[in-house]
Design a binder for this molecule. Structure first.
Ligand code: C2E
Ligand code: CA
Ligand code: CA
Length: 403
């Protein structure tokens, strides 16, 4: 960019940008956490300069906020979103609900809900395709009855999402009184591998809380398979993040939607009874009882850790060489228990035992927690043969037990 944006020039430059249609909407899909289908999207502002350079909102939104000009941008993005939805519906293409960010300054805007309605109606867009995202920081705006504000939006028929939940000083108490439909869990709550015990406890509590209030949960900023795996065990419904898709221009989003919804109708019916859903339900139930589940192929000396929590799994990879996993596992145990553990799960001994007819093996060892305290942990292996390859497989279920 040639000109540096600042408080003195932004007002003029953004006006010209609207006129020259340089302000674009990028759409980032929200995916169903179980089947990977696009279930919604978020509209995000981009400034595409005449030379093609695209500027992220981080560069201009704080300036617009300071000057109160953000209100105008939000309405512009909302209108563009309505225009896009209307065009797609008119062309007979499938659409999903799209959320638009509204700065907390709108809570002070008289007749906000009416303006939303008028705008949607002027484009002929049904309410079910439109959602308003407000940040949790808006919930505590001084001198504003935020509950009334949110109610007026809901009463007008729009869905409402609380954005950036967990990023600031959120009060669970406040959220319980706000009739929002969706809670977006801020990306700052998710570490790279979701491997910290305390972080997991906090996240689980948030999901439990949101579900009990009948709110749909969205995890933002999901970048890794490990995060996805953990979020699934929490029952998180929607995933938004680079792991699945980055924010994209209108044309690309249209394509993404077309390929995602191709077989949706039949698949939605199948989903109710499909074995994948059943397996997922079963897995979720298993994870509740056994926070550590490992699938291993003993014949190939490999493993895949499917979920783990309330355990010390520091520095333990989620997939790798089985014998290394056992060495690592033993190293986190009480010294007197290490040999018992290594012997019980010796790979060759287990394979030989399977051939002799042994189908399960269980051991209790003392395991070091993140808090530095040893606790008894029960580890049980179940063996079976892969009928296709003759490989011997083991499923490990592990849980802490009372003394
Ligand atoms: P936000 O509302 O929390 O939007 C999500 C941001 O996270 C987006 O940044 C998105 O690109 C980014 N993101 C999504 N997935 C990932 C991921 O996996 N990893 C990482 N590291 N980031 C991810 P973006 O588009 O740069 O927007 C930044 C912020 O600017 C937004 O945060 C929102 O607060 C604000 N913003 C954007 N457009 C608008 C708008 O039209 N109106 C208002 N009021 N604010 C907007
Ligand atoms: Ca947002
Ligand atoms: Ca957010």
């Amino acid at each position: 960019m040639l000109i540096e944006l600042n408080k003195d020039n932004i007002s003029d430059l953004i006006q010209k940008a609207y006129e020259n249609r340089e302000i674009k909407v990028y759409y980032q899909p929200k995916f169903n956490a179980l089947n990977g289908k696009i279930k919604g999207a978020e509209a995000l502002a981009r400034w595409q300069m005449s030379d093609g350079v695209v500027i992220s909102p981080g560069m201009f939104i704080p300036l617009l906020e300071d000057l109160g000009l953000i209100v105008e941008l939000d309405w512009y993005i909302f209108r563009e979103t309505c225009r896009f939805i209307a065009e797609e519906l008119k062309a007979g293409r499938k659409m999903v609900m799209i959320s638009t960010n509204f700065s907390r300054l709108h809570a002070r805007e008289a007749g906000f809900a009416e303006r939303l309605s008028k705008t949607a109606d002027s484009f002929g867009v049904p309410r079910k395709y439109l959602e308003v995202e407000i940040t949790e920081s808006a919930l505590a705006l001084e001198g504003v009855d935020i509950i009334d504000f949110v109610k007026s939006i809901k009463d007008a028929g729009f869905a409402i999402s609380i954005d950036d939940f967990g990023s600031g000083l959120s009060s669970l108490n406040f959220v319980k009184d706000v009739p929002a439909d969706e809670l977006k869990i801020d990306k700052s709550l998710l570490s790279h591998n979701c491997e910290n015990e305390k972080e997991r406890i906090v996240l689980e509590a948030i999901f439990e809380f949101a579900h009990r209030l009948n709110m749909t949960t969205v995890a933002e900023g999901v970048e890794t398979k490990e995060q996805l795996g953990f979020l699934r065990t929490c029952g998180c419904e929607l995933i938004q993040g680079f792991l699945f898709a980055r924010p994209m221009p209108e044309e690309d989003f249209r394509e993404a939607l077309i390929s995602s919804t191709k077989e949706t109708e039949t698949e939605d019916i199948l989903l109710i009874q499909s074995s994948t859903t059943a397996s997922q339900l079963l897995l979720n139930a298993v994870f509740k009882a056994f926070p550590l589940v490992i699938m291993s192929n003993l014949s190939r000396n490999s493993f895949y850790m499917m979920a783990y929590e309330n355990f010390s799994t520091r520095s333990c990879p989620s997939t790798g060489v089985y014998t290394e996993l056992i060495v690592h596992g033993a190293s986190t145990m009480y010294p007197d228990d290490q040999k018992l553990f290594s012997d019980t799960f010796d790979i060759n001994d287990q394979i030989a035992a399977y051939e002799r007819g042994e189908r399960t093996r269980r051991v209790v060892t003392r395991q070091l927690g993140d808090d530095g305290i040893y606790r008894p942990v029960e580890t049980t292996n179940y063996y079976m043969k892969n009928p296709d390859s003759d490989d011997i497989l083991a499923i490990t279920l592990s849980r802490a037990i009372d003394n």
